[in-house]
Write a new protein. Structure first.
Ligand SMILES: Cc1ncc(COP(=O)(O)O)c(C=O)c1O
Length: 448
């Protein structure tokens, strides 16, 4: 019975993927309304697994957003590489709890290997280690927990044991264009979303190296590699030496931009970030590992371990690297397996190629829109484009038409006071033809 069910799930998934590129990227209003069939009270009795699967495919599949195709340019959403997707199916079949070696040698070994591959691809120092988490938000949280631990330990304060009431203060320095998820991580850590020193930025959102405040051994400096709107990088090479000399902890939010390090053509942008103490990035963005997958890396992994590990007589530890020691969770999905599978299928050149292809597509979008008379608001350095179609109202109307028309999907933003459409080319599946079709749809939406 189980085999028949899984075969049917595989068939439904394949049907879905075969159609995903042909359908409207946003689901139709009718499909979204039909989700009502999945609501209602929990039935008192059981439902057959076949019926459950039927309901999902019948009503769930049509109301998804087609970000698995080649023309989804919203947020910074990657697609899912075939190897990572297939690995995910196996991971579900294995149903491993990837907390301790004794629970899953396979999951723990693959996670360890994948973390080392990520370290190498990002050009980070040997000995750096970390955790595979759910996304960059939790990666920022985890890495900053290590920072908090280390800085307070220097003053003789044990943050994990004694909390923050009465603790010596820590100064957190961020750029004016910090991603809100980093502020959220600071809030969760008791360091405060608002209690930060904000450094002015330039027109691309880059922290101004000449505007940094005083820093010392009680400072956490948060740099950004890849602004969510412009794709711009803080000037790490200009900033890090002085911050290091002052004894500050340097953290890098590199949710997608850090992967530029994998490409010989784009690695110039990530120069200097290797001098940091911790880094947060995503597998589900540029590397296209699928949801969800984030990675926290710390130069001295022992600091992360001290912040995260728990012990209890029933928890069997003793492996050389127990994931539970480095993660905010205890029980957890073996998402390191998909990371391993995706990176293994890409190799170094495959990762470089995603960075290069998507960035080249972004330049084509910018050139096509500019040639049609529209204003590109950012220097297109990697895979992000900001375009204004005129007044804020006209730009928002164009975006609404584009989303409703369905050829592709882009969202809106306000960049330093200007309303813009965001184009984030993050999927391995986007080809030149997707770009040309989408560009034509954008120009048509702007003309109406
Ligand atoms: C720079 C930056 N940091 C953090 C995040 C949050 O990532 P996640 O949604 O994976 O938690 C994003 C998301 O786009 C981002 O661009």
């Amino acid at each position: 019975m189980r085999a028949a069910l899984l075969k049917r799930a595989a068939r439904d998934a394949m049907d879905y993927l075969e159609e995903v590129d042909a359908r409207s990227v946003a689901p139709s209003a009718k499909a979204v309304a039909a989700l009502a069939a999945l609501r209602g009270p929990l039935p008192p009795g059981s439902t057959s697994a076949e019926t459950v699967l039927h309901l999902l495919h019948e009503y769930g599949s049509p109301a998804t957003v087609a970000n698995g195709g080649g023309r989804y340019f919203g947020f910074v959403n990657g697609g899912c590489l075939p190897a990572a997707m297939a690995a995910g199916w196996l991971v579900s079949a294995w149903d491993q709890n990837a907390a301790f070696l004794v629970q899953s040698p396979t999951a723990i070994v693959l996670e360890e290997v994948a973390l080392e591959w990520v370290r190498e691809l990002l050009g980070l120092p040997a000995g750096t280690g970390g955790a595979v988490v759910t996304g960059a938000t939790m990666a920022n949280f985890s890495a900053l927990a290590a920072a908090r631990h280390t800085l307070l330990k220097r003053t003789g304060w044990d943050a994990e044991a004694d909390g923050l009431f009465g603790a010596p203060p820590i100064t957190v320095v961020v750029g004016e264009e910090v991603h809100p998820s980093l502020l959220k991580a600071l809030g969760l850590l008791g360091l405060g979303r608002k209690r930060v020193v904000r450094v002015p930025v330039d027109g691309q959102g880059r922290m101004r190296a000449d505007a940094l405040p005083h820093m010392d051994a009680q400072t956490i400096l948060c740099l950004q590699a890849g602004n969510v709107n412009t794709g711009a990088f803080d000037p790490a090479a200009a900033i890090c030496p002085a911050a290091r000399a002052a004894g500050a902890w340097i953290h890098v939010d590199g949710a997608f931009g850090l992967w530029a390090a994998a490409s010989p053509e784009y690695s110039k942008y990530t120069r200097g970030f290797e001098q940091a103490d911790s880094w947060a990035t995503d597998g589900h963005k540029w590397p296209n590992i699928g949801y969800d997958c984030g990675i926290a890396l710390v130069r001295e992994p022992e600091m992360l371990k001290t912040a995260m590990s728990v012990r209890a007589p029933y928890l069997e530890t003793g492996g050389p690297r127990e994931p539970s020691d480095y993660n905010p969770e205890l029980s957890r999905r073996a998402r390191g397996v998909e990371l391993w599978a995706g990176l293994r299928s890409l190799g170094r050149q495959g990762m470089a190629s995603i960075v290069e292809r998507t960035s080249s597509h972004a330049r084509r979008f910018a050139a096509g829109l500019k040639a049609a008379g529209f204003q590109i608001l950012n220097d297109v350095v990697i895979n992000q484009v900001l375009v204004s179609f005129g007044s804020p109202e006209k730009t928002l109307r164009t975006i609404a038409r584009l989303q409703a028309e369905g050829t592709c999907w882009c969202g809106s933003t306000v960049w330093q006071g200007q309303t813009a459409m965001r184009i984030s080319v993050s999927s391995w599946a986007t080809g030149k033809e997707d770009v040309e079709r989408s560009l034509a749809a954008m120009l048509a939406a702007a003309r109406e």
